[in-house]
Design a protein around this ligand. Structure first.
Ligand SMILES: Nc1ncnc2c1ncn2[C@@H]1O[C@H](COP(=O)(O)OP(=O)(O)O)[C@@H](O)[C@H]1O
Ligand SMILES: [Mg+2]
Ligand SMILES: [Zn+2]
Length: 280
């Protein structure tokens, strides 16, 4: 039996620094076999009291430490993802009026609305995953039926699921931002804008059809939708125009792009949610 170092007298601090502990004894671990067990001095957190404890198998201690490091790393990554999600949620371009919009507070007013809600949630799951192929979606129909509400809810969902940036923009704002490229002083270049709009994991272009239907608008619509199409990124359109008339709003080529890969149009053909609630 090894003579306890603590009996040796002298400065314990020095002995500990030299030997790492104040006593030793033979130890055996089921997993790692024989080892030298070391008696350590432990100070309480407030530093006022002291206790002794045997260290146990050093190999087991090492793996416990590794596990803790992995846990810490995972917690750190989760925290980074949470920070990113919060940032992207705050920079998603959603109007304060639709800040509240979630799938959970969308009240389907009929069976079709319930089906559309389920379809859009399923679509959100698909485009948050991998092999979605950039599939697009068009929400068309009456004012006040909840298209913008669902677009915003979808955007929030995809940001949460992917921790990637997504963006909501009205068609007229999109056009205005491209028109600014004509003003040299603005320093805004078309290429930069296309790059910006083709980096979002999901882009919602809402309120299509409230515009002047100029060639410029059709060109911008095609360029943005096509830039995203080339990167396999999904675009969602919200519009009051009937689906079969949409080419008047964004042009035939853009509609073709939206329809590729099974891109669907969902029709919201019931009366405004508000009017309905007032009528009830
Ligand atoms: N089914 C619904 N459940 C809950 N709120 C709804 C519903 N439909 C519409 N709304 C609310 O009514 C308002 C108008 O809806 P909105 O999404 O702007 O319709 P749209 O874009 O189809 O014109 C919004 O405040 C929206 O949150
Ligand atoms: Mg709307
Ligand atoms: Zn061990």
């Amino acid at each position: 039996m090894a003579k306890p170092i603590s009996d040796a007298g002298g400065d314990l601090g020095v002995i500990e620094r030299l030997c790492g502990g104040i006593d030793t004894r033979p130890g055996h671990c089921e997993l790692h076999g024989d080892f030298v067990d070391v008696l350590y001095r432990r100070r309480s957190a407030d530093g006022n009291s002291e206790s002794h404890g045997w260290g146990g198998c050093p190999e087991c201690a090492k793996s416990r430490l590794e596990e803790r490091r992995e846990d810490d790393e995972q917690n750190r990554l989760a925290e980074v993802a949470r920070d990113r999600i919060n940032h992207y949620q705050g920079h998603a371009g959603i109007w304060p009026k639709f800040e509240h919009a979630r799938f959970e507070n969308y009240r389907p007013v009929n069976e079709k609305a319930a089906r559309h809600l389920a379809t859009i949630q399923e679509y959100g799951r698909i485009i948050s995953g991998r092999d979605h192929g950039g599939r697009c979606l068009i929400l068309t129909g009456n004012v006040g039926a909840g298209k913008t509400h669902l677009c915003c809810a979808l955007l929030r969902m995809v940001i949460n699921e992917t921790a990637q940036p997504c963006f909501y923009i009205n068609f007229d704002e999109l056009i205005t931002s491209f028109r600014e490229t004509f003003d040299r002083d603005s320093g805004v270049k078309e290429r930069d804008l296309l790059q910006r709009f083709s980096k979002y994991r999901l882009l919602v272009i809402d309120e299509v059809g409230m515009q002047s239907f100029s060639d410029f608008e059709l060109t911008v619509a095609y360029k943005v939708i096509n830039a995203r199409y080339l990167q396999n990124l999904p675009t969602v359109l919200g519009t009051n125009m009937p689906a079969n008339n949409l080419k008047k709003g964004i042009g035939e080529r853009a509609v073709d792009r939206m329809r590729e890969n099974g891109g669907r149009a969902l029709e919201f053909d019931w009366m405004s949610y508000r009017e309905r609630r007032c009528a009830a």
